[in-house]
Write a protein that binds this ligand. Structure first.
Ligand SMILES: [Mg+2]
Length: 343
């Protein structure tokens, strides 16, 4: 089997409401869609959003990485998943989303070639329903409470509360939502916005609330601060922007600087990179969140297969983009009811 054609297009899906974090505001999910075709008639897709604030990639840079480096590295090579994913990994520095986009299409081709669903190809035994958190965007405490209540009363019981505002009201945001929705599971994501000292103060103010975890409170590069917070916090600390790759996970966990690791295909370059991080976490006896950017359905599907294949490793899923679309695209390879996916 050989890849005979690759098509790259830009796609966008409007959101029901804007997605706001400490790093950015987005009104639509925009992503690159890659379509690979083979000489034996298989077709596979990959996709990647531009999350410049996190991976430094734009739609244009993803297109260029695909056209100039990644796809040429696969040209004319007989299909072999290991060799091809190695070739993708070595084709260019960085560009983790462009690599993830290509790699998920290669995994899909390998699965199709073997007649297996992707989760089976990567070691899973059965599918099960997969529950995701849903994001409450960063806004005034009142607006956030309204959105949180709206989600909760629609059955979305795990809420990812985006904080990290410079207005000094982050603990009010958390406490207001916790007081109104005591049954909700609250994941607090500061997207690197706090200093270590600030984080300790906010933890003190919230120590009567059962926060399920605090995600990346301090800057990605501040390993000392992350460790300080992890040692102090009664709540589990989740490393997100601090961990792109298995090497990052190794460094963070060796320093005891986090309790959990947030794996995202777009950070680690795809399914292979994610499996490598899972290996590191298993070695340290740590579990993970499987997160996502604001993504299209193709990359969310790949993440769902990864989650289905590793049910013991993911404490939380944060794959909520499809729940935020203004309308679900037709012909999805998964179903979603409320906050629960099935493959
Ligand atoms: Mg995060």
């Amino acid at each position: 089997m050989r890849i005979t054609a690759a098509h790259i297009t830009r796609q966008r899906i409007p959101l029901a409401y804007p997605f706001i974090t400490a790093l950015r505001r987005v009104d639509q999910a925009e992503f690159i869609l890659l379509r690979l075709e083979t000489d034996n008639g298989l077709v596979a897709f990959g996709s990647a959003p531009a999350t410049e604030a996190i991976t430094k990639e734009t739609l244009k840079s993803i297109e260029q990485a695909l056209k100039r480096h990644i796809l040429p590295a696969l040209k004319g090579v007989p299909f072999d998943l290991d060799k091809m994913t190695q070739a993708v990994s070595h084709s260019v520095q960085g560009n983790s989303s462009a690599k993830a986009c290509t790699e998920m299409a290669l995994y899909s081709l390998a699965a199709q070639q073997k007649g297996l669903p992707l989760y089976r190809l990567i070691g899973g035994k059965e599918t099960r329903t997969l529950k995701t958190a849903v994001t409450v965007s960063l806004n005034s405490p009142e607006t956030m409470l309204k959105q949180a209540e709206g989600f909760f009363f629609h059955g979305f019981d795990t809420l990812k509360i985006k904080v990290g505002s410079i207005d000094g009201h982050d603990s009010t945001r958390i406490k207001t939502i916790a007081a109104a929705l005591p049954e909700a599971t609250l994941l607090v994501d500061a997207n690197q916005a706090w200093s270590a000292d600030e984080t300790l103060r906010i933890i003190d103010r919230c120590d009567d609330i059962p926060i399920a975890l605090i995600e990346q409170p301090v800057a990605a590069a501040d390993l000392v601060g992350l460790k300080q917070v992890t040692e102090y916090s009664p709540f589990p600390i989740l490393a997100d922007e601090a961990v792109f790759t298995a090497e990052d996970a190794e460094r963070v966990l060796a320093h005891n600087a986090a309790d959990l690791i947030n794996i995202k295909l777009m950070k680690c370059g795809g399914i292979g990179g994610a499996l490598d991080i899972l290996d590191v976490c298993r070695r340290y006896g740590k579990r993970c969140m499987l997160g996502s950017m604001l993504e299209g359905p193709v990359s969310i599907t790949a993440a769902l297969h990864l989650a289905a294949a590793n049910p013991d490793m993911f404490e939380h899923l944060d794959l909520d983009s499809p729940l935020l679309y203004a309308a679900l695209p037709p012909d999805l390879p998964f179903t979603v009811q409320g906050n629960t996916y099935a493959l």
